[in-house]
Design a protein around this ligand. Structure first.
Ligand code: ADP
Length: 260
């Protein structure tokens, strides 16, 4: 499914946060949103999922404006994993992940065999099967992060929005989760993920969208967008792009000299 962001302006209480954002993410693409804290990545994700109405422009899923779709119609197309998700204290992990099936069930309909199989597969893919009987509130931040992704996968979306999906993950799970997301994208899922880690963005994203100074600075391949010049300006810090032997590069901040 195609996501088209067309001349979008987003405001909070009348104050513009992002202006004139135009970006198309095609079926099966993995696009990383990068940019400094407070640049508007979360805000843009909220607009794509229809939670925040643009003050100008529109977001389309294929040819349908998100704003014209009922919440349930959005939820059968798009799943979003936000940073802070609250859930009832007593909920067990398998119950939380089962909630991902709700948009697909009729009123009063309970989970069928196929739904249960989808829930189990989602737990397995996120290596969360061992957590199934645990109460969500007893999980570590990283465990919880995988459970929310499992819930989103159980939704069987065609568009997946992820807000900092690796922020609490150790290096094993950073790789597991991003490799999973990448393989889902290869299978036709459209993925838009905000990522703080520029090297993970460079490694996994087909394209990188850099947001800074209230606008989309550019969107292109990681090599095109993650240049020293662009990053230094966006993040107001000195960075070095180090070429790697087998191709690719590593971005690292340049420490300022002692006393300098
Ligand atoms: P990012 O995800 O890139 O760190 P956000 O989208 O969370 O940035 O925030 C963009 C800007 O909007 C920030 O200046 C933030 O303080 C502001 N902001 C975010 N949410 C709200 C809100 N609910 N009300 C007012 N301002 C907000």
């Amino acid at each position: 499914m195609n996501v088209r962001i067309d001349e979008v302006e987003l405001r909070y209480n009348g104050t513009p946060v992002l202006r004139d954002v135009t970006l198309e993410v095609r079926t099966g693409e993995l696009v990383a949103l990068v940019g400094p804290n407070g640049a508007g990545k979360t805000t843009l994700l909220r607009a794509i999922s229809g939670l925040l109405a643009p003050s100008h422009g529109a977001v389309y899923l294929d040819h349908e404006p998100v704003a014209s779709l009922a919440p349930r119609a959005v939820a059968t197309r798009l799943a979003s994993v936000e940073q802070a998700i609250r859930c009832p204290e007593e909920l067990r992990v398998w119950e939380a992940v089962s909630l991902g099936r709700l948009p697909h069930l009729g009123r009063f309909e309970v989970l069928g065999e196929r739904d249960r199989a989808i829930v189990m597969a989602a737990l397995e893919r996120t290596e969360a099967t061992v957590l199934a009987e645990r109460r969500v509130t007893t999980l570590s931040s990283g465990e919880r992060q995988r459970v929310w992704l499992a819930m989103a996968l159980a939704q069987e979306p065609r568009v997946l929005l992820l807000d900092e999906p690796t922020s609490h993950l150790d290096i094993h799970f950073q790789m597991t989760i991003l490799e999973l997301v990448k393989s889902l994208a290869a299978g036709g899922l459209t993925v838009i993920a905000s990522l703080h880690d520029l090297n993970l963005a460079a490694e996994f994203a087909d394209r990188v969208a850099l947001i800074a100074e209230h606008r989309l600075v550019g969107c292109g391949t990681p090599a095109e967008i993650l240049t020293e010049e662009r990053l230094e300006r966006a993040y107001r810090t000195r960075v070095e792009r180090v070429p790697l032997a087998g191709g690719g590069f590593l971005i690292r901040p340049r420490p300022s000299r002692a006393g300098g």
